[in-house]
Design a protein around this ligand. Structure first.
Ligand code: K7E
Ligand code: CUA
Length: 659
């Protein structure tokens, strides 16, 4: 509420000012008051049947999902389950998708996903994949934008809190992923150790991971760089002149382990770590680095069988910067920086100093000069600390309070969120002066301009991703969805156009021209290419097979019946696998499958696809199953029965449709 009060106070204070300046100089109320005008409505109106200009891909935060919206309308298009089970589709419940959530800690059906990141070609989003991090149990996922499904999840060993992740290099050669929390690590194996928490300064370490991306998007951890036990927060790769580098903010350079709000806020400057990933990769390719045991899972969709598989990878390669000089440098940055963003030219590196009164902008050119001149003000654990005055290009004054993240419009301006003063601040990359500001409701974290972190931003809209919603919508009890606000940035003055609630907590988002993604859409899976071992391609092949206590039902769906739809001979104590193949070969005709008493979720089976639901009947009787997705006029007729007899009964297996 504080922010709202502050805003009101600001407005109150500014009345005399508007009376004098506004009316005499401009003759109209401030831009702010235009929000919700018919002019704004026009700009976001997408007529029924028309498509939006952009896809917005928003992280779901603690929903573990990724949500997609059309922009500028704010229409919710689809929710992609990634690190969470989804009852709506059976993702994470069906046998085909459960392996996606496998980790060395076991099956983990939840996470906290913060940063979607589009794949890029030549520094421009290409619409192939979007990656997203799991913050809690360190993982990175790849989502295929051809079908909006999670295609791969890799676990990251030797990390705790995968927050500075997953940010791509200009040709998606690598994804960077840094640990947020440092943890104790054994000197040789990097294994998490059983030591006193108070031994933080001595035992705790961090890692910066570089995940290599293959031709088909396959992820593998190429190397990890061992770093001091700070908290690593955000990352972005360079571009243009800086494209061989990646930048990571760090805080808690105090190496505190308790009451961080005080103890990690003492230093006036923390660091941005500049990593020469190209050089590090070459060193690793030349056999530098140490291969150590580090079990981690890679889960991926096998495209042939169209189901997820898990493989356990046993090692990673670690680079120690003290043994490999030249791969990492520290840029002092005020104060507890959060975001780090590189402008479209690749010349400037902007730190978002949470507790800083100015917004620091480093120069890549100056950084390289300082490295060549060995212009260091010290070192930390063998990592050179560059001289602040030698690398800083500008300190943007008056950029708001609590600056967090910056994006760019491609027209020479940067836009920064200020969490505490609840505003977006626009500043010039030439003069480094603030040129415009607009209130947000309330407290923005990230912001997103489609392509705004790439070489080619589409400088038309900006979305503020607000942490606090309060009174913006009809109240829904103590829990309120977070809020996105769409701002027009095509003119000199920013203009608020629209706000809409979002699902979960969208930290970051990405936007891309709809045309790029639309072209690649899969409408159904060709049945002849379905090589799932449990697929049945025609009703003639459907069957029910008992193997001891296991019963396999090979079933098909087509409008508007199941084959078989009457099944007998199941017993209490059996484990029944329903392998359901959807025979449809048309767009937008999934069939659902729900079984009374099944202890998981429904299946939603896409045309041409096979999905498996497991059911362990506990009671004797006749139980219905049915299609959950209203697929045809006779959808309500799409049902069947399973007869369950007592354990040891002599009712034989039998099945059929239409007798
Ligand atoms: Cu919310 Cu990118 Cu996790 Cu900033 S982070 S706000
Ligand atoms: Cu098939 Cu409803």
């Amino acid at each position: 509420m504080q922010t709202k009060k502050q805003n009101k106070r600001l407005l109150w204070w500014s009345i005399p000012l508007i009376a004098v300046l506004g009316i005499t100089l401009y003759g109209c109320p401030s831009q702010q008051n235009l929000a919700g005008s018919s002019d704004a409505a026009q700009k976001v109106y997408v007529a029924p049947g028309e498509h939006d200009e952009f896809y917005g891909l928003f992280s779901g935060g603690y929903s573990g999902q990724l949500t997609t919206y059309g922009l500028p309308s704010g229409r919710h298009l689809y929710t992609i389950p990634v690190f969470s089970q989804a009852p709506v589709s059976g993702y994470g419940y069906s046998e085909e998708t459960k392996p996606m959530l496998q980790t060395t800690h076991g099956f983990i059906p939840w996470d906290d996903a913060h940063h979607p990141e589009l794949s890029q070609t030549d520094g421009v989003p290409d619409g192939r994949w979007v990656f997203i991090n799991a913050n809690n149990t360190p993982r990175v996922a790849r989502i295929d934008l051809g079908n909006f499904q999670t295609a791969e999840i890799i676990e990251i060993p030797n990390a705790a809190g995968n927050h500075a992740s997953p940010f791509v290099t200009v040709n998606t050669e690598y994804i960077s992923a840094a640990t947020r929390f440092s943890v104790p690590m054994d000197e040789n194996t990097l294994e998490n150790e059983d030591v006193a928490i108070s031994s933080y300064a001595e035992n705790f370490k961090g890692t910066l991971s570089f995940i290599k991306i293959g031709e088909e998007g396959e992820m593998s951890i190429d190397f990890q760089i061992l770093v001091p036990g700070f908290n690593y927060d955000l990352s972005h790769a360079g571009k243009g002149p800086s494209e061989d580098w990646a930048f990571f903010t760090s805080y808690n350079t105090e190496e505190a382990h308790t009451l961080l709000e005080v103890n990690a806020s003492r230093n006036d400057k923390d660091f941005i770590a500049a990593v020469n990933w190209r050089r590090a990769a070459e060193l690793v390719a030349n056999g530098e680095g140490r291969e150590i045991p580090a079990e981690h899972y890679r889960n991926y969709i096998d495209h042939d069988e169209h189901r997820a598989k898990s493989e356990l990878i046993e090692t990673v390669t670690v680079l120690d910067p003290t043994e490999n000089p030249g791969i990492i440098y520290y840029l002092p940055t005020p104060k507890s920086p959060h975001g780090v963003d590189v402008d479209p030219s690749g010349r400037y590196i902007v730190g978002g100093g949470k507790l800083s009164s100015v917004l620091p902008v480093h120069s890549f050119e100056k950084m390289i000069q300082a490295i060549e001149n060995e212009d260091f003000e010290g070192e930390v654990d063998g990592i050179p600390v560059l001289n602040y005055d030698s690398v800083i290009q500008a300190e943007v004054e008056n950029a708001g309070i609590g600056t967090l993240h910056t994006e760019f419009d491609g027209n020479g301006y940067a836009y920064t969120t200020a969490f505490i003063s609840s505003e977006i601040v626009k500043w010039s990359l030439e003069t480094f002066e603030v040129v415009d500001r607009i209130d947000t409701y309330y407290s923005p974290g990230h912001l997103m301009i489609p392509g705004g972190d790439s070489r080619q931003p589409a400088g038309k809209y900006l979305v503020a991703l607000n942490k606090i919603t309060k009174d913006r919508y009809l109240p829904t009890g103590p829990e309120l969805f977070h809020s996105a606000q769409l701002i027009d940035i095509s003119g000199d003055k920013m203009e608020l156009l629209l706000d809409f609630p979002t699902d979960g907590e969208p930290h970051y988002a990405q936007g891309i021209a709809a045309d790029i993604v639309k072209e690649r859409q899969v409408r159904f899976y060709p049945l002849e290419e379905n090589n799932h071992p449990d697929a049945v391609k025609s009703e003639a092949d459907t069957r029910v097979v008992r193997e001891g206590n296991e019963v396999h039902v090979y079933m098909t769906t087509i409008r508007s019946h199941f084959a078989p739809d009457n099944i007998e001979g199941i017993q209490v104590g059996d484990k029944v696998y329903f392998h359901v193949t959807n025979l449809e070969q048309d767009w937008d005709v999934p069939h659902g499958f729900a079984m009374l008493g099944a202890q998981n979720a429904e299946l939603l089976v896409m045309p041409g696809e096979t999905r498996t639901l497991t059911w362990e009947p506990k009671k004797v009787g006749v139980f219905p199953f049915y299609c959950t997705d209203f697929c045809s006029a006779l959808h309500q007729e799409m049902q069947g029965y399973v007869r369950v007899s007592p354990s040891g009964s002599d009712v034989p297996i039998s099945y059929g449709t239409g007798d």
